[in-house]
Design a protein around this ligand. Sequence first.
Ligand code: HEC
Length: 146
Amino acid sequence: MRVFLYLLVAALVIAQFFRPTRNLGVIRSDTHISTVYPVPSQVETILEKACYDCHSNNTRYPWYARVQPLGWWLAHHVDEGKEELNFSEFTNLTPEMRAHKLAELIEQVERGEMPLRSYTRIHRNANLTQAEKETLINWARPGAAK
Ligand code: HEC
């Protein structure tokens, strides 16, 4: 039992040396969604507090992101989120894909699947109110219909 505990502690100590790369680029780059699709400030505020951490080129990291394996777990969400939808590189998509992503956005927000629950549990203010959901959905609708 004791040997097992020593090994566990040793593994955790060693794990601290393997830090994932951080997502610390620019949100509003020249390929940001706002360069092709207007993003009013009240929408931008919602994206900032609830979506950009996983769907842009910049994440605001909590202190525990420095602690492994939590840091790996966060990095995994960011990688996966950006792969599905990256507002900072939105214009790299074809017009069809852009419309498709905005349609997905409406669906995910309507169903309450985004932002991820594991995220809203910690970032309480990312829990969208009904009014905020409607703001996002109404914003995405014209773009999704193309
Ligand atoms: C904690 C990270 C995180 C946050 C915050 C987050 N997402 Fe996601 N999002 C993901 C991950 C991971 C996926 C892919 C896996 C999945 O669908 O669960 C995803 C998938 C999506 C998809 C699906 C794309 C597709 O083509 O299927 C959309 C749309 C989306 N997110 C929109 C949003 C919006 C809008 C917000 C803010 C209201 C948001 N997400 C907040 C992590 C996040």
